[in-house]
Design a protein around this ligand. Structure first.
Ligand code: NDP
Length: 264
C-alpha cells in the first residue's frame, strides 16, 4: 500500500478553512517539534499533554512565535481524559485534519525478555499501543469531518524485524527488550489495519520512524547502548510532518523514515 511520501500538501488552508492538528505528548521532545513544524505550515495545533500546565506552557510559546496553538489535557492511558479531550475538540474547532499519535514511553529500564516485570511491560503497551487505539477511536468522528484527514503513528526503527535480525544493523548489539520494540511492532500492524479500514474514506494512516534523537526518552537507550545521539528532535520530527501533510494520492499503510520506506 505504501509509496513515496514526497508529495505534500503544503497549503496553509483548504477550501474548508484552517487545518487543525492534534499531537499527543507534544509538551516536549519530538512531539513538540512536530507541533511546531505543523504550526509553521499554518495549521492550528492542539498540544496534547498529560500535564495541563506543561501543555499550556508549550502552547503559549508557540503563540508567542505567532502561531495558533492551544493545550488539550490528554493522558492517553486514561479513557475518561481521552473522551473529555474529544468532547473539547468537538466543541471547538469541531474537526481534526491531522492526528499524530506521538506520546510514548520506553518503560524506563530495559525489560529483558527473561527478566521482564510484567506490570512494567503492560504499562509500555498501555501507552504505546492501547493509547494509540484509545485516542484514534475517540478522535475518528472528528477526523471524519475533515476533507482529507491524516493519521501518523510515531513508531521506532527498533520495531523493524528486518533491522533487528540483521547482524550488520545499528541496532544489532543493543541489548534486547521485551516491551518497547514489541509495542512499536504491534503499533506498525495496527497502522496497517487502520489504513485498510480508513482508506475508502480517504484517511491516510502511516507510521514514522524518527531515528534516535537526543530527547529525555533517549537517556535509557544511550545508557544501554553506549551510543551518543546527536540528532535533534526537530530532525526526528521531519518525517512525521511530511506524513501529516501528504497529498490525496500519498501512501497509506506504510512505515517511513527520512530515507523512505523502512523494512517492517
Ligand atoms: P520524550 O520523553 O521527550 O517525550 C514523550 C512525550 O510523551 C512527553 O510529552 C510525555 O509527557 C508524553 N507521554 C508519555 N506518556 C504519556 C501519556 N500516558 N499520555 C500523554 N502523553 C504521554 O520522548 P520523545 O520525544 O523522544 O518520544 C516521542 C515519540 O518518539 C515516542 O513515541 C517514542 O517512542 C518515539 N521515538 C523516540 C526516539 C528517540 O530516540 N527519542 C526514537 C524512536 C521513536 P510527559 O512530559 O508528561 O512525560
Amino acid at each position: 500500500m505504501s509509496a513515496s511520501p514526497d508529495r505534500t500538501a503544503s497549503h496553509r488552508t483548504t477550501s474548508h478553512g484552517t487545518r487543525t492538528a492534534l499531537v499527543t505528548g507534544a509538551n516536549k521532545g519530538i512531539g513538540r517539534a512536530i507541533a511546531e513544524g505543523l504550526a509553521e505550515r499554518g495549521m492550528t495545533v492542539l498540544i496534547g499533554a498529560r500535564d495541563p500546565g506543561l501543555g499550556e506552557k508549550a502552547a503559549a510559546s508557540l503563540r508567542e512565535a505567532g502561531h495558533d496553538a492551544r493545550a488539550v489535557a490528554l493522558d492517553v492511558t486514561d479513557p475518561a481524559a481521552v473522551e473529555a479531550a474529544a468532547r473539547a475538540i468537538a466543541a471547538s474547532p469541531g474537526r481534526l485534519d491531522v492526528l499524530v499519535n506521538n506520546a510514548g514511553i520506553s518503560g524506563g529500564a530495559l525489560h529483558l525478555p527473561d527478566e521482564a516485570d510484567m506490570d512494567a511491560v503492560r504499562r509500555v503497551f498501555d501507552t504505546n499501543l492501547f493509547g494509540v487505539m484509545r485516542v484514534t477511536n475517540a478522535m475518528l468522528p472528528l477526523l471524519r469531518r475533515a476533507p482529507a484527514a491524516r493519521i501518523v503513528n510515531i513508531s521506532s526503527g527498533t520495531s523493524s524485524m528486518a533491522a533487528m535480525t540483521d547482524p550488520g544493523h545499528y541496532f544489532w548489539d543493543v541489548p534486547g527488550s521485551a516491551a518497547y520494540p514489541a509495542s512499536k511492532a504491534a503499533l506498525n500492524m495496527l497502522t496497517i489495519q487502520y489504513a485498510k479500514r480508513l482508506r475508502p474514506e480517504g484517511i491516510l494512516v502511516n507510521a514514522a520512524a524518527p531515528g534516535a534523537c537526543a530527547t529525555d526518552f533517549a537517556v535509557d537507550f544511550t545508557r544501554a547502548s553506549g551510543r551518543t545521539i546527536t540528532r535533534t528532535a526537530a530532525q526526528g520530527a521531519a518525517v512525521a510532518i511530511r506524513l501529516a501533510t501528504l497529498d490525496v494520492d500519498g501512501p497509506t499503510g506504510g512505515f517511513f523514515d527520512d530515507d523512505g520506506p523502512v523494512p517492517w
